[in-house]
Write a protein that binds this ligand. Structure first.
Ligand code: SAM
Ligand code: SF4
Length: 335
């Protein structure tokens, strides 16, 4: 009885169907991007984070409740030992239609083939600049060439789609948006531009001063490219435009300038096992406590997940001029 999956779907109080789970498998990372982390980060002790088996069990619970898409993220997912094995196991989950991953690309040159073989269909790779010095400045530790090699390896591995993610900060990389799109066009990749979100305290820049709105990026791009609007089919927060005469779609994720909460179809599992019902609110349920108190009890876990739909907030309210009300960093959140 306790291992019989429930056959309900996840629907919240605002009639939104949740069919997408994002899973942060580690809060650790080999980079320290200025918008994501402080220079000195305290990472969680090992026993506080979910084991790979616990992550897999929770993913199985969600798929049993109708979740069709899982994104593996972090922190940097590929710095966690065993990440490739986890991907391979998740790739076998019956009912899961899409397994995707977000990575900073630093380890892709060596792992892209295995990730593809595990069943990961699409990859998001973060890339904020094509200038090696600026790359080092923005990531504090990263080597641009490694990431470019990783992108080439991912292309060669045959993912269905690869999308670059670029967080644009005024005064740091806003003059590079055209170069980034040219790079994407040349490599036949998609690219999304993301407005910085006030998650966790960061040192090194003022978020209000660095704010560079999506509309401005689009205007910068339209001075050079012909962009044709596409109807969004993903149910996600991005608005997409096709770059004329190319395979490249340009997306804009605009948590400040365009609220997309009414379309929200996702929840997030943090590395320490908290189920976050909204990126911009603290409403959460401690799933680690449940899987550790009732090991292998699928029904208990699925009941807690269904009950969590009652506290999914209607929307987020970000204010770039305020100190962050959300104290967790994106690396803890599972961006
Ligand atoms: N380490 C991987 C990476 O960088 O792609 C995966 C995790 S990272 C937290 C996921 C995405 O969140 C990245 O594209 C990153 O640029 C974005 N991100 C991090 N902090 C952010 C913030 N404060 N506002 C907006 N996007 C952010
Ligand atoms: Fe690491 Fe990704 Fe955060 Fe950069 S954005 S510090 S790569 S988790």
């Amino acid at each position: 009885m306790s291992n019989t999956p429930l056959s309900s779907v996840l629907i919240d109080r605002f009639a939104r169907k949740v069919n997408y789970l994002r899973v942060s498998i580690t809060d650790r990372c080999d980079f320290r991007c200025v918008y994501c982390m402080a220079e000195d980060m305290q990472f969680l002790p090992r026993q506080q984070i979910l084991s790979l088996e616990e992550i897999e069990f929770i993913c199985r619970a969600f798929v049993g409740l109708g979740v069709e898409k899982i994104r593996i993220t972090g922190g940097e997912p590929l710095v966690r030992k065993g990440a490739l094995g986890l991907l391979a196991n998740l790739g076998q989950l019956e009912g899961l239609q899409e397994l995707v991953m977000t990575t900073n690309g630093s380890q892709l040159a060596a792992t892209a083939d295995q990730i593809r073989a595990a069943g990961v269909k699409r990859l998001n790779i973060s890339l904020d600049t094509l200038n090696p010095d600026k790359f080092r400045e923005l990531t504090r530790t990263g080597d641009l060439q490694r990431v470019l090699d990783g992108i080439d390896a991912a292309k060669a591995a045959g993912f269905e789609r690869i999308k670059l993610n670029a967080v644009i900060l005024k005064g740091r990389n806003h003059l590079e948006v055209v170069d980034l799109v040219n790079f994407a066009v040349e490599k036949a990749l998609d690219i999304s531009f993301i407005e910085e979100m006030p998650l966790g305290e960061v040192n090194g820049h003022n978020r209000a001063e660095a704010f560079y709105p999506s509309q401005q990026i689009r205007a910068d791009l339209e001075a050079v490219f012909s962009l044709m609007p596409l109807r969004d089919s993903s149910g996600g927060p991005s608005e997409y435009w096709q770059v004329a005469a190319s395979h490249t779609r340009v997306g804009f994720i605009s948590p400040h300038s365009a609220n997309f909460c009414h379309l929200c179809n996702r929840v997030r599992l943090t590395a320490e096992g908290r189920l976050l019902l909204c990126l911009g609110n603290e409403h959460s349920v401690d799933l680690k406590a449940i899987v550790r108190s009732y090991p292998n009890d699928m029904t208990k876990l699925q009941q807690a997940i269904i009950a969590s739909m009652e506290i999914k907030p209607e929307r987020h309210f970000f204010d770039i001029n305020e100190q962050p009300v959300i104290l967790r960093h994106m690396s803890n959140t599972g961006g």
